[in-house]
Design a protein around this ligand. Sequence first.
Ligand SMILES: Nc1nc2c(c(=O)[nH]1)N[C@H]1C(S)=C(S)[C@@H](COP(=O)(O)OP(=O)(O)OC[C@H]3O[C@@H](n4cnc5c(N)ncnc54)[C@H](O)[C@@H]3O)O[C@H]1N2
Ligand code: MOO
Length: 394
Amino acid sequence: MSLLPVAEAQARLLALADPVSIETVTLADAAGRWAAQDVPALRDQPFADLSAMDGYAIRFADLPGPWLVVGESAAGSGFEGVAGAHEAVRIFTGAPLPAGTDTIVIQEEVERDGATLTLTGDGPAAIGQHVRRAGSDFARGDRLIAAGDRLTPARIGLAAIGGHGALTVRRRVKVALISTGDELVPPGAPVLGAQLPSSNAVTLRALLADLPVEVIDGGIIPDRIDALAAAFDAVRDADVIVTTGGASVGDHDLVRPALEAAGAVLDFWKIAMKPGKPLMAGRLGSAVTLGLPGNPVSAFATAILFLKPLVAHLCGATAPLPVTHRATLASDLPKTAGRAEYVRGIWDAGVVRPAASQDSAAMVALASANALIQRPPNAAAAHAGEIVEILPIT
Ligand SMILES: Nc1nc2c(c(=O)[nH]1)N[C@H]1C(S)=C(S)[C@@H](COP(=O)(O)OP(=O)(O)OC[C@H]3O[C@@H](n4cnc5c(N)ncnc54)[C@H](O)[C@@H]3O)O[C@H]1N2
Ligand code: MOO
């Protein structure tokens, strides 16, 4: 059976559903979401010419002084009059430039004696020094944020300065996490005989923590078609139903038949990715189903390449896929076969060193890594010193 290339599988996954519905929320709640509409400036910034420093507003032509101090301009309360020749106005950072003045001399460069101001330093070198021009940051009507942009902390601040108290975003995406496997027990529970603590759901929850999601705990479900189908049915209101485990070809790998028994329509199964080959995706009613492999490293890597981009897409991101960086390989890597490989690596100062173990169950190696080295399918051996593409994973 031919394996679907990673990029094609990503495109098909994102095509399974449109972004979720919109809502208008406060800036505090909008942080970390994606703008659902362009955000225009509702005001000019600065609203007037402002001082960028504490000092005195003067006319450049009057240099080198002296001046008569005739008033004060502070942020929030400007100087009402007009400064004349050889008149200066005491001014503070963020205060409007008084009429009649054009330049700021900083207070470290003058000496004041009563109302008399004399220059003691070099003074401003050019007209307009330390003046922030009205509208120089943005003008009313400018597009501050484009629809589909992430609402980063700086963009939240930009929206506030632009006059907004709330923004239109996509509602939080509901993600159900279902762990499958007879051997699994919840983290922290006693582990008897052949049992294994279930790590995937908590890992995925942590991976989703920086996204606007509402996580639904779908529990740990035994390897039985009826139990799995019932578990899918219980979370069918979710936007995304994620399973881990049971995705491969063994007799106890029942996610695919159980999804079909629950009424899901599968779009693809098995991709050209190592780790992560048995990935499957489809739809169950209005939900997208994403079946991740059970091996913890495989589940992790496919969550980075598929689950997070899917959530970002449903949140309205215009660029939902992870961004790669370039790094210099610290040691040789063998040639690849028919699957793209995502090699766990330790990335520092532009150099990436492959982690000790590349086994898809090796958790210590995964936890030591901060990047995936992305290697194309059917690639020749890579040598130390070569430039490779990497995906940060922390
Ligand atoms: N004959 C073949 N065997 C396998 C193939 C194949 O193509 N032919 N593919 C292999 C690949 S690649 C992967 S990846 C694994 C994944 O298989 P499953 O998705 O069916 O995963 P399971 O068999 O259920 O579990 C694999 C492994 O992971 C442990 N596991 C499962 N869930 C969790 C969890 N929530 N937390 C921690 N660990 C978990 C499970 O105990 C197993 O050890 O299949 C290969 N086999
Ligand atoms: O592709 Mo599996 O995901 O190698 O471990």
